[in-house]
Design a protein around this ligand. Structure first.
Ligand SMILES: [Zn+2]
Length: 440
């Protein structure tokens, strides 16, 4: 018998309790398809004369106040940071990658866990991208990034030569060699939808073809046509799966607008995708940095106002302002986490590296007025030491700071739109951030 109660010493439990179940998502009831009315977009305020706006995206796992930054949790985790920490730094949602989760651990395991939210213990909205970028970047767009600065680059820098290609596109889909084990695999509109339904994110993207700015005009035209046919097939498969998977919350599907730098192709692709019954839209594909805002504006001219728009794969602070101003609502970006692991930190005075030697004896926080956990508790000197010693905690601390920087930046942008001072805020923020020629 356990006599600890009578011994007078309180027994301490050292075994952690099982995680409490997450709250039930909205619009899910046993035996019925997910209720589509659990998803929607509510417009709040506009930037005068522009497509930019504030609003609220409603999802089965809660709301997203927009414009919003979407941190990238590629493998159903933020690298080096727990979901609880992402929550406390103000992240409203996360984006995971369908292709990587299909490769490992496999969508069936995530489905068996009860979906992405349960699997990774995150109770706020989630996105998955279609896997198109990853599959296709094994082929034609081998070395490219989405928002790219093409100046000084040659086509050879961007497009892999035939023998190096790991993916080949045909009208039905893509055949590729798995980067994990070299096995030959197939990806298509239907397969992407089946994977994304099993992963169970609130917001999914239609499977689209990735092109690069180095592809010819003729190829871009064919790609827009193909992406439209794939969009129709995605929607059909999405509707079939929604009707079949009873008891699950509704998953929203965004159609993706391609068309590279061509105004006529962008407008055509946007009006085609807008003609279908999507819940929202993704702005994707090769975009030259200097006209990224212009491209968003062309596209948003053609899109309905009552549905949300996500800009895929943003790269920098000035890109975020350009895309917000011209109609983007949500933005994913791997840069803050990826660069954090190498010691690069974002501050209002630009991006710099906390590993540089002058930081070894600098006991100030990364940024004086930052409210993040890292800046409230740790010095540049300590973080500099951790990163040089290759301690994982260093990456945790810099990632928390950088993610907070972007989350807070979008919070501030939102306030500036609601308050009617977006133009001034943009000018001041960009002038300060880039005054020393900062990257990022
Ligand atoms: Zn900070």
């Amino acid at each position: 018998m356990n006599d600890s109660a009578s011994s007078g010493t309180e027994q301490k439990t050292i075994i952690p309790q099982a995680q409490p179940k997450l709250p039930a998502p909205l619009g899910a009831a046993p035996g019925t398809p997910g209720d589509r009315s659990a998803f929607g977009f509510e417009l709040k305020a506009r930037i005068p004369g522009k497509h930019g706006r504030t609003g609220i995206i409603h999802t089965p796992h809660g709301t997203i106040a927009t414009p919003a930054f979407v941190p990238v949790a590629t493998q159903a985790t933020m690298k080096a940071v727990l979901p609880e920490q992402m929550d406390s730094l103000g992240a409203q949602c996360l984006l995971a990658n369908a292709f990587h989760l299909f490769e490992r651990p496999g969508e069936d395991i995530i489905d068996a866990a009860g979906g992405l939210n349960e699997f990774m213990h995150w109770n706020k909205p989630t996105f998955t991208d279609s896997g198109g970028f990853q599959v296709l970047s094994l082929g034609a767009g081998f070395k490219k990034t989405l928002a790219m600065d093409v100046e000084g680059k040659k086509s050879d820098d961007v497009i892999a030569s035939g023998k190096n290609r790991l993916a080949f596109v045909d009208d039905k889909g893509v055949t590729f060699k798995s980067p994990l084990n070299g096995a030959s695999k197939r990806f298509s509109a239907e397969i992407s939808m089946q994977i994304q339904h099993k992963i169970g994110a609130d917001i999914m993207f239609a499977f689209d073809e990735l092109t690069t700015l180095m592809n010819t005009r003729h190829y871009q035209e064919r790609s827009v046509e193909r992406t439209f046919r794939w969009a129709q097939r995605c929607l059909t498969e999405h509707q079939r799966l929604t009707a079949q998977r009873l008891g699950k919350p509704y998953q929203a599907l965004y159609g993706v607008v391609q068309g590279a730098n061509y105004e006529d192709l962008r407008r055509l692709a946007a009006s085609q995708v807008a003609s279908l019954d999507f819940d929202g839209f993704g702005i994707g594909g090769a975009i030259e940095k200097r006209i990224i805002g212009q491209i968003c504006s062309w596209i948003c001219d053609e899109l309905p106002e009552n549905k949300p728009r996500h800009v895929l794969g943003i790269a920098a602070v000035d890109d975020i302002f350009a895309c917000v101003e011209n109609g983007g609502d949500t933005f994913d970006c791997v840069a803050p986490a990826r660069t954090a692991r190498n010691g690069a930190v974002y501050t209002h005075d630009g991006r710099w590296n906390v590993k540089r030697s002058s930081m070894r004896t600098d006991f100030r926080p990364i940024e004086e007025n930052c409210d993040c956990y890292t800046c409230r508790n740790y010095s540049r000197a300590y973080i500099c030491h951790l990163l040089h010693a290759r301690e994982m905690t260093g990456a945790t601390l810099t990632t928390i700071h950088n993610e907070r920087f972007f989350v807070r930046l979008l919070d501030e942008i939102r306030d500036s739109i609601d308050g009617g001072y977006f133009a001034d805020f943009k000018e001041e923020t960009l002038a300060r951030f880039y005054k020393d020629g900062s990257k990022g």
